[in-house]
Ligand binder design. Structure first.
Ligand SMILES: [Fe+2]
Length: 354
């Protein structure tokens, strides 16, 4: 068990209560075993609760998790773990010694990318991986696979989809030149540290420029994947159509994987909350709806019929998707009762299993 102060929201959301919560006035607020959602957090704050006792969340070693996550697909399971390790050494080599050739970079990743292009739906399972071991390398693989998936959803020919996969895979290579201490800092970043992180876009373009035969698309992806349609991104505060469409696709893949993963400074969002974050970014003018909405539909259709755990601890199955609010589906509970999450907005889906 671990005691967490209430001012650390992102260390609390998605975690399981190890003890009942009772207010100073003796009101019973939340019971042990519940998975905490943002709504629960509000209740606790209203009642001025200062800390909560949570179950331990020690993540098992990465190789064991990958085996469990892809248990129905041994080929992908082996490829994925080998990829993380090979890519780690190649990325590190890119700054410490001679930069590997583009073919060397792509060799371990291409077979995995091909399984996605052939139609493997492994992305639906990625959100089960917990902890932040080897995050940078997993993130590169995931963004590559997600970008290729978006290419497929948008019905691009296979050659373009392959390029999108490559661009996603190498989009953050510039992070290799940013200090490890800054990238893995647990507390808030100073302005100077954030400025250094922002430079990974320019470093990425420079590294890719120094590799012979690199397609223009790769440099564009590395340089512009943090630009946002409303001009709030970096490094050049580009707006709308000034941002190449390819970089807009990488932005969606990057955002989705980042919010679906545990980070040193916060826990990951539940799978549907992560989709919701993307949709919010469309409505606040940051991400492109022409990319996000088909992607959200695709992921949710993959979850149709899957088993879910709700934030109040109940379990059920997704039985119907609403077109207008696809991430708030109808769930049939294990006791046969149906619950429409559009009408019960304080209840969230905290986990999805195939
Ligand atoms: Fe980035």
């Amino acid at each position: 068990m671990v005691v967490v102060q209430m001012n650390q929201d992102h260390k609390i959301i998605g975690r399981v209560l190890a003890d009942d919560v009772i207010s100073d006035l003796g009101h019973f607020l939340l019971r042990r075993g519940m998975v905490l959602s943002p709504w629960h957090l509000q209740i606790l704050k209203i009642h001025k609760i200062e800390y909560v006792v949570l179950q331990d969340m020690e993540a098992p070693p990465l190789n064991i998790q990958i085996k469990n996550v892809f248990k129905n697909n041994e080929e992908v399971s082996n490829l994925y773990y080998e990829n993380v390790m090979e890519i780690k050494s190649l990325f590190q080599q890119a700054i410490s010694r001679e930069i590997p050739s583009l073919q060397t970079f792509m060799k371990p990743f291409t077979p995995l990318l091909e399984t996605v292009i052939k139609g493997s739906n492994i992305l639906l399972e990625l959100h089960h991986i917990r902890g932040y071991d080897e995050y940078t390398y997993r993130h590169s693989i995931n963004v590559g696979l997600l970008a290729a998936t978006i290419g497929k959803i948008l019905k691009y020919p296979n050659e373009i989809t392959m390029i999108l996969g490559k661009v996603g895979f190498l989009h953050d290579i510039g992070k290799m030149k940013v200090s490890h201490q800054i990238l893995n800092k647990k507390g808030p970043l100073t302005d100077q540290e954030y400025g250094e992180i922002k430079k990974h876009t320019i470093y990425g373009k420079e590294i890719l420029e120094s590799i012979e035969g690199t397609e223009q698309a790769l440099k564009i992806g590395a340089l512009y994947h943090h630009e946002r349609l409303d001009g709030s991104g970096y490094p050049h505060n580009l707006r709308g159509k000034e941002i190449p469409f390819l970089a807009q696709i990488i932005a969606v893949a990057d955002t989705y994987d980042a919010v679906s993963s545990d980070r040193v400074y916060r826990n990951k969002y539940a799978p549907l909350e992560a989709l919701n974050e993307l949709v919010k970014d469309v409505y606040n003018g940051r991400l492109n709806g022409e990319i996000v909405l088909p992607f959200v539909n695709h992921i949710m259709n993959g979850y149709m019929g899957n088993k879910v755990v709700l934030s109040d601890g109940r379990r059920g199955q997704i039985v119907h998707l609403h077109i207008d609010e696809i991430y708030r589906p109808l769930v049939m509970l294990d006791d046969g009762q149906c619950i429409d999450l559009r009408k019960h907005r304080t209840i969230a889906i905290v986990n999805v299993f195939s």
